[in-house]
Design a protein around this ligand. Structure first.
Ligand code: MN
Length: 293
């Protein structure tokens, strides 16, 4: 099932270029579901969402609705640093996820399809990082790798927008609008193996990243299991799995399209309107990103 947030707080199921609204008046027993309520209700939530979709009379052409971030404020966003070896090489990094573990991005950095990434500073470099996003479906603490995918609700496209430099990762990746997700969440049953998905990211019409999640240094199950050994995972938490090679600088007026096999395409725009001078002094430090191509 593909679940999308759209309009002013509506939830819908996407199929064949259409979206079917999950509306309360086809289910007088309860309030309309939200993405969070569907996820938190576990298998019952999905069953109810499917029943509402079947009964719904509200069917729209996808091109006629305004999609929103499928989760507008995840409980937390955990992210993998350097989880593809060719990205490690392009950054002249000597450390990967085996050395670094994971880090956190602010949940307030989320935005959605069609939204605008706002670059805060005129004197710093900001890059796109196209990534597979994992949405956690149930509470998990110390989960075994063999069971880890059972804790996954679904998958989405995720852009980990990054300021290059020597400041802390959690700062450089947490500016408002720096975590676009969408265009919807595809449930885990529909995706199957998350470690075999082609990923393509284009900026202003030029392909920058062509990767596949089979090249992940830590595959999804290991990443979920490890993360759950550090912190309890809750329904609706999101994990950014890391980016393949091909990161590059963003500029005012750019558009970004991230396509992941079995999920879809997330499109956002970039604006530097109102950008100021950066108040922190990390520009000359940190991993060295590849030159613009
Ligand atoms: Mn990243």
């Amino acid at each position: 099932m593909k679940l999308a947030a759209f309009g002013a707080g509506a939830l819908g199921a996407v199929r064949d270029g259409h979206i079917v609204a999950l509306q309360a008046d086809s289910d007088p027993a309860g309030p309309p579901p939200t993405m969070a309520s569907v996820i938190e209700a576990g298998p019952v939530g999905l069953w109810r969402a499917e029943a509402l979709a079947r009964a719904s009379q509200y069917r729209f052409d996808l091109s006629g609705v305004r999609l929103r971030a499928p989760l507008d404020r995840p409980g937390k966003i955990i992210a993998a640093p350097v989880n593809y070896s060719r990205h490690m090489s392009e950054m002249s990094e000597t450390l990967d996820i085996n050395d670094l573990g994971v880090f956190l991005k602010a949940n307030s950095s989320v935005c959605g399809p069609g939204d605008v990434i706002r670059l805060p500073y005129a004197d710093r470099r900001f890059d796109q990082e196209g990534e597979l996003g994992v949405v956690i479906g149930r509470q998990a603490r110390g989960i075994a790798e063999a069971d880890a995918l059972d804790a996954v609700f679904g998958y989405t496209c995720l852009l980990d927008i990054t300021m290059r430099g020597g400041e802390d990762r959690s700062l450089r990746k947490s500016f408002d609008t720096f975590t676009p997700i969408g265009p919807w969440i595809v449930t885990a049953d529909e995706v199957g193996n998350p470690d075999s998905l082609a990923l393509t990211c284009s900026v202003s019409g030029r392909v920058r990243q062509e990767g596949n999640t089979r090249s992940l240094i830590w595959p999804v199950a290991k990443l979920v299991a490890y993360t759950s050994s550090v912190m309890t995972l809750y329904p609706g938490d999101v994990i950014a799995t890391g980016t393949p090679e091909g990161v590059g600088p963003l500029a005012d007026g750019d558009s970004i399209e991230l396509t992941i096999e079995k999920i879809g395409t997330l499109s956002v725009r970039v604006s530097a309107a109102g950008a100021t001078a950066c108040p922190t002094a990390g520009a000359g430090r940190g991993p060295v990103p590849p030159p613009p191509r």
